[in-house]
Design a protein around this ligand. Structure first.
Ligand code: GDP
Ligand code: FE
Ligand code: FE
Length: 206
């Protein structure tokens, strides 16, 4: 069984059916990653129901979020440069580029124009200084889908039951700690997002 949702698209965001999107997404990646995408969609729909986001928008953002993940770095770089995205991304590899490049494909291939869906896909790896509800749903669903097993994921799942913002802040903080521990380079955009969330958090508690 490939599909776990009864969701039928209204045509509001794309002419593509959910089935046609699944077939196209499946072509872009290995089977295990496609299963991850389906789990992120199921998890996004559950969060969307809980927090009152559009199920259709969250489904689309989830299905397309890792569209570019396995594309070669050279083609991603080309898109980053031709679309005048932050050229600094090209120094941080596909992990940093696949969100923004995925958003480009969502628009070009699937005709999605909705800003919140495109931003959610664009921001899904590092988050954003400002995020919409759809963006937060995808950001958290990608982090806590049932296939994730890292230390701390249960705490992230618990926080997601209480507050999307708390869960988002947790992911932003833990990701920085993880990158430092692994001695991985941190893309400046990742730091900007952390700074803006921590400043809001401290500001709120004063
Ligand atoms: P996935 O595409 O489903 O695997 O999930 P993501 O798009 O969230 O994450 C891709 C990877 O990028 C994760 O392993 C993150 O830890 C990593 N990542 C996030 N921010 C940065 C960063 O600033 N620098 C580097 N080097 N990696 C990052
Ligand atoms: Fe991703
Ligand atoms: Fe993902």
């Amino acid at each position: 069984m490939r599909t776990k949702t009864e969701l039928v698209y209204t045509g509001r965001y794309t002419d593509w059916t959910r089935e046609a999107i699944l077939a196209e997404v499946e072509k872009q990646m290995k089977p295990s990653r496609f299963q991850h995408v389906l789990r992120v969609e199921a998890c996004s729909i559950a969060l969307a129901k809980k927090y009152g986001a559009s199920l259709e928008a969250c489904s689309l953002a989830a299905l397309l979020h890792d569209f570019a993940k396995e594309h070669d770095a050279k083609s991603m770089k080309k898109i980053v440069l031709s679309q005048a995205l932050d050229s600094e991304m090209t120094g941080y590899g596909s992990e940093i580029m696949h969100g923004p490049v995925g958003a480009y494909h969502a628009e070009k291939v699937f005709g999605i124009m909705d800003r919140a869906i495109l931003d959610a896909i664009r921001q899904h790896t590092i988050g954003g200084e400002v995020m919409t509800l759809i963006g937060k749903v995808l950001f958290i669903a990608d982090y806590i889908e049932p296939g994730r097993t890292f230390t701390g994921v249960d705490e992230a799942r618990r926080l997601a039951e209480i507050s999307l913002d708390e869960a988002a802040y947790f992911k932003i903080e833990k990701t920085i700690i993880h990158l430092v521990k692994k001695e991985l380079p941190i893309y400046p955009g990742t730091i900007h997002v952390y700074n803006s969330w921590i400043q809001r958090k401290v500001g709120n508690s004063e």
